[in-house]
Design a protein around this ligand. Structure first.
Ligand SMILES: Nc1ncnc2c1ncn2[C@@H]1O[C@H](COP(=O)(O)OP(=O)(O)OP(=O)(O)O)[C@@H](O)[C@H]1O
Ligand SMILES: [Mg+2]
Length: 291
C-alpha cells in the first residue's frame, strides 16, 4: 500500500504578480498547515488559479516568497517542488494506457522499472482502478479519467496536492462521489491539499479552512462556518449570502450543518441548527470514515 507522505506546510508571504500592467495577485499572505485540506474560493477572475499555479511553479515568477515545508522554492521548477497538480482538464496521454499514463512521471524521474511497476499498481489500487490498467483514456468514463489524473499525481509522492477545479466537468452524482474519494485519499495519505473551486458547497463540505479571494486579495481566511458567522467585510458577506439564497435553507459543512432561514434580519450572526432536512448531509464526515 502507498505509504503516508510526510505532510508539509505551505507559506505564502507578500506574494504579488502582474500580467503586463494588471496586478492579479496583490500582497497575498497565507499559511496552510501540514495535512490540512484548504480551499480557495472566489469569483471568476479573482486569482485562484494564478495563486495555485504560482505555488506549483507554473507561469511568471511572482514577487514575494513561497515556502513549502519551510523551504523557499523561488527559482525551482515545478518538478523540484514536491507538489503535484491536477488540472481541470485531465490532460491524459490518449495514446498511452492507464498504467503508462500513471508511470510517466516516474519514468521522467528515472525511477527503476520494478519500483515503477509497484508504485503504479499501488496508485491504481488507491483510486480503485486496478482493473483498468491496460485501457486507454478514451475507454474510460469522465470520473475514471479524473481518478487516473489523480493517481498520476499521487504516484510521484508529492508533499502538497494542488487541485484546480478538478470536478467541474463531472455530473452531479459523479462530483459527489469524487469529493468523497478525494477526501478519503487525502486523509489516508495525510496530504496537504489546496483545492480551488468557485462552488461554495464544495468548499464548505470538503475544506477545513478556506480563503475567499477577490481581485487578487485574500478577503478572509477561516473555517467555512466561521466565515458564514462572521464575515470580515461586505464582500465576503455578500459572496456567501448570494449563494446561501440559491442553496435554500440547509447548508452542509464539513464540520456540521447550518440552517439559514430565507428571511434573515441581518447579514451577521445567521441562525444555526441541524434540522431534519440536513440529515442527508451528515454522512459527509461519516461516509469517509474508515475509507
Ligand atoms: N496568462 C495571462 N495573461 C494575462 N492575464 C491573465 C493570464 N492568466 C490570468 N490572467 C488574468 O488574471 C486574473 C486572474 O485569473 P485566474 O485564472 O487566476 O482567475 P480564477 O480566480 O482562477 O478564475 P476562474 O474561476 O474563472 O478560473 C484574470 O483577470 C485573468 O484574466
Ligand atoms: Mg481558475
Amino acid at each position: 500500500m502507498e505509504k503516508a507522505i510526510q505532510a508539509a506546510s505551505v507559506t505564502i508571504e507578500n506574494l504579488s504578480l502582474a500580467f503586463g500592467t494588471t496586478e492579479v495577485l496583490k500582497g497575498v499572505n497565507l499559511e496552510v498547515e501540514p495535512g490540512e485540506f484548504f480551499a480557495f474560493l472566489g469569483p471568476s477572475g479573482s486569482g485562484k488559479s494564478t495563486l495555485l499555479r504560482s505555488i506549483a511553479g507554473f507561469g511568471p515568477t511572482p514577487r514575494g516568497r513561497i515556502l513549502i515545508a519551510g523551504k523557499d522554492v523561488a527559482g525551482l521548477p515545478p518538478w523540484s517542488r514536491d507538489v503535484g497538480m491536477v488540472f481541470q482538464s485531465y490532460a491524459l496521454w490518449p495514446h498511452m494506457t492507464v498504467a503508462q499514463n500513471v508511470a510517466f512521471g516516474l519514468e521522467e524521474r528515472k525511477v527503476a522499472r520494478p519500483e515503477i511497476n509497484d508504485r503504479v499498481s499501488d496508485a491504481l489500487a488507491l483510486v480503485g482502478l486496478s482493473d483498468f490498467a491496460e485501457r486507454r483514456p478514451s475507454q474510460l468514463s469522465g470520473g475514471q479519467q479524473q481518478r487516473v489524473a489523480l493517481a498520476r499525481t499521487i504516484v510521484v509522492r508529492p508533499k502538497v496536492l494542488l487541485l484546480d477545479e478538478p470536478l467541474s466537468n463531472l455530473d452531479a452524482n459523479l462530483r459527489t462521489q469524487m469529493r468523497r474519494e478525494i477526501l478519503a485519499l487525502q486523509r489516508k495519505l495525510k496530504l496537504t491539499t489546496i483545492f480551488v473551486t468557485h462552488d461554495q458547497e464544495e468548499a464548505n463540505t470538503m475544506s477545513q479552512r478556506m480563503a475567499v479571494l477577490d481581485q487578487g486579495i485574500i478577503q478572509q481566511v477561516g473555517a467555512p462556518m466561521e466565515l458564514y458567522d462572521n464575515p470580515a467585510n461586505t464582500f465576503v458577506a455578500g459572496f456567501l449570502e448570494n449563494r446561501k439564497e440559491g442553496e435554500g435553507a440547509c447548508i452542509p459543512f464539513a464540520q456540521g450543518h447550518a440552517n439559514f432561514p430565507q428571511e434573515r434580519k441581518s447579514r451577521r450572526g445567521p441562525y444555526r441548527h441541524s434540522p431534519p432536512e440536513c440529515d442527508a448531509h451528515r454522512s459527509w464526515e461519516e461516509g469517509i470514515e474508515g475509507a
